[in-house]
Design a protein around this ligand. Sequence first.
Ligand SMILES: C[S@@+](CC[C@H](N)C(=O)[O-])C[C@H]1O[C@@H](n2cnc3c(N)ncnc32)[C@H](O)[C@@H]1O
Length: 217
Amino acid sequence: MLLCPPGVYRAQDDTTMLARTATESGYARDHDVLDMCTGSGALALAAWKAGATSVTAVDVSWRSVAATWLNCRVRRAPVTVHQGDLFAPVAGRRFGLILTNPPYVPAPATVPPRHAMGRCWDAGLDGRLLLNRICDAAGAHLTDDGVMLMVHSAVCGAEQTLERLERAGMSGEVVERGRLPFGPVMRARAQLLAERGLIRPGDCIEELVVIEARRAR
Ligand SMILES: C[S@@+](CC[C@H](N)C(=O)[O-])C[C@H]1O[C@@H](n2cnc3c(N)ncnc32)[C@H](O)[C@@H]1O
């Protein structure tokens, strides 16, 4: 059980789905791994257990950085944890595997929230605020044969992610899909999402997708 103080994202179905895909793919083994948007460090720890050479974790929230540091420390996993905005703390570095479960829930407002829990999931009007930035920047942080595995809700558009990656000089494909009932945040936003045409009225099942992306050759 990971320490998860208030304001830190508790590992959920999206975390589990990405951890499973990452472990089964074998991509972490003998590679430098970056866990972008680490939360409690669940994916960083999964990468370490899967045989990564090194693991670096980044989160904008100091609480998440502290929780990840502690969770890794008590498990004697030598994960380096940085506070900062997306790739800023790892400028100039490349990784064999980038794992990311970023905020992707469409929010009432365009601007990123300032309070801790909102920062875990709010991602602008269409949910793509962080997804787009990650798609644009990831290629510069992957080794030649490096891979990024990213999970998000199909509500924000798997096709849009694939197109965005292509425009950024990457190729991507959906390698995993899973359907699950809306969690509390999606339930609370269902009417808003229906009004915006992102879901159908009455929808209560969400599809999660894991996207695998590489630098195009
Ligand atoms: C959905 S949670 C995922 C946490 C964890 N990776 C997991 O799967 O359980 C998203 C995380 O992204 C972090 N985050 C939000 N905006 C960020 C940014 N601009 N740069 C880095 N991390 C950010 C949040 O603080 C939160 O911990």
